[in-house]
Design a protein around this ligand. Structure first.
Ligand SMILES: C[S@@+](CC[C@H](N)C(=O)[O-])C[C@H]1O[C@@H](n2cnc3c(N)ncnc32)[C@H](O)[C@@H]1O
Length: 374
């Protein structure tokens, strides 16, 4: 059995997790889930899992804490740890103190369940207490607690590099956070049959965040935008960071309200394609922007989204690639973009789902909502 600590958007995590076909999924508490899967190697790439790994029988935990697993050539769970961990990280104080004493660990550090710290990996071990799920009857006294060993942490560094180190970027225009883009890619991939051969298409690619992540994780990518200035500015930076040189990576100038040029976009038809994008957010909303202006901005932005869906539908015909994208939500105003998209998608005979306003922050005037079209 596996466990994961999830962040503040469980709806996104559960959608992303479809990729590993989880079975017996249980939400134990706000931030803790357990599940079975045969595709645990893919868990490394799930953006919204803060930490993860396996729930182990207590004897194995004990073996790790006493480093008995290193006797002879036997190493439990691959190369989890090859020497006795010195520091124990754990959220439960009483348990931490007891374990430290019992297993002769050098230090015990109490940590918040959501914290991540590279030191944990280098110097010690982090355990997560897994109580039984609500409704599961514990079998006898003492059988209540299981433990998970944390082996993987969210790759925050990668997201920071993409968000803050690329040469072509503009904080003012509200760049899509790389972590959210990664979640959208995973949600889209969960609908495909052969993920390794999938092509990700971002028709509002701007700085190229989706393309960077697509290639970083080994997927083909084609991007387009009405303006390619920032995508081109980031080109050499992106090429230096490419891990999968054999994967497609192309950009084209294209107004998405106009038909796609078949000469440029033939690859979209010869691959299993998914559309992942953050479309236009609209003009910047200021303190002085009036309610009437917001209605007008929404009308324009809505028209572009409807044209985008129509362009994709016309180009792909019966193929209907999954589309996962964000729309802007104007905080404190009536929002109508989703309603118009729903009417169009129902007319086209497609299914629509949405995920409520992720990443809404106090100071923000525009938030995002995720739309999933099947
Ligand atoms: C909010 S940005 C996308 C940001 C991108 N996800 C990122 O983080 O780098 C919206 C993009 O839509 C593009 N855009 C606006 N109107 C367009 C149109 N009609 N066709 C294609 N792209 C358009 C803009 O040039 C801009 O790059």
């Amino acid at each position: 059995m596996y466990f994961a600590i999830i962040g503040n958007h469980p709806e996104i995590t559960l959608k992303e997790l479809h990729q590993v076909h989880p079975k017996n999924l249980k939400q134990i508490s706000d931030h803790l889930i357990t599940f079975d899967t045969n595709e645990a190697d893919k868990l490394t790439n799930i953006a919204s899992l803060i930490k993860r790994w396996e729930v182990l029988p207590f004897e194995e935990i004990e073996n790790i804490l006493t480093a008995r697993h290193c006797e002879g050539n036997e190493v439990s769970r691959g190369n989890l740890l090859n020497k006795k961990p010195k520091i124990l990280w754990i959220a439960d104080k009483v348990m931490g103190i007891n374990f430290k004493k019992k297993y002769g660990m050098k230090r015990f550090k109490q940590v918040d369940i959501l914290h991540t710290d590279l030191d944990v990996k280098k110097k010690g071990i982090e355990l997560v207490k897994i109580p039984p799920a609500k409704g599961d009857t514990p079998k006898g006294r003492g059988a209540v607690v299981e433990y998970g060993v944390v082996l993987g942490y969210q790759n925050i560094k990668l997201y920071e590099v993409i968000d803050f180190e690329k040469p072509g970027r503009s904080m003012q225009l509200g760049m899509m956070p790389a972590k959210l883009t990664h979640s959208l890619i995973n949600i889209a991939l969960s609908f495909t049959k052969n993920q390794e051969k999938t092509l990700i298409f971002d028709p509002f690619c701007w700085t190229g965040t989706t393309g960077f992540l697509a290639n970083y994780f080994g997927y083909n990518f084609i991007g387009s935008d009405i303006k390619l200035n920032l995508a081109l500015k980031n080109q050499s930076w992106r090429e230096e960071s490419r891990y999968y040189q054999d994967k497609l990576f192309k950009f084209y100038e294209q107004d998405i309200s106009k038909p796609l040029d078949p000469n440029n976009f033939a690859d979209l038809l010869s691959h299993e394609t998914v559309i992942v994008t953050e479309g236009r957010l609209g003009p910047v909303i200021k303190q002085t922007t009036t309610a009437e202006e917001v209605i007008e901005y929404q009308r324009r932005v809505k028209n572009l989204y409807l044209q985008f869906i129509q362009t994709i539908t016309n180009f792909f015909g019966e193929k209907r690639p999954p589309m996962v994208f964000t729309i802007p939500i104007y905080i404190g105003h009536e929002n109508s973009i989703e309603e118009h998209i729903t009417t169009l998608t129902e007319k086209l005979g497609r299914k629509i789902e949405s995920i409520e306003e992720p990443y809404k922050r106090e100071q923000h005037k525009v938030a995002r909502k995720i739309i999933i079209l099947r």
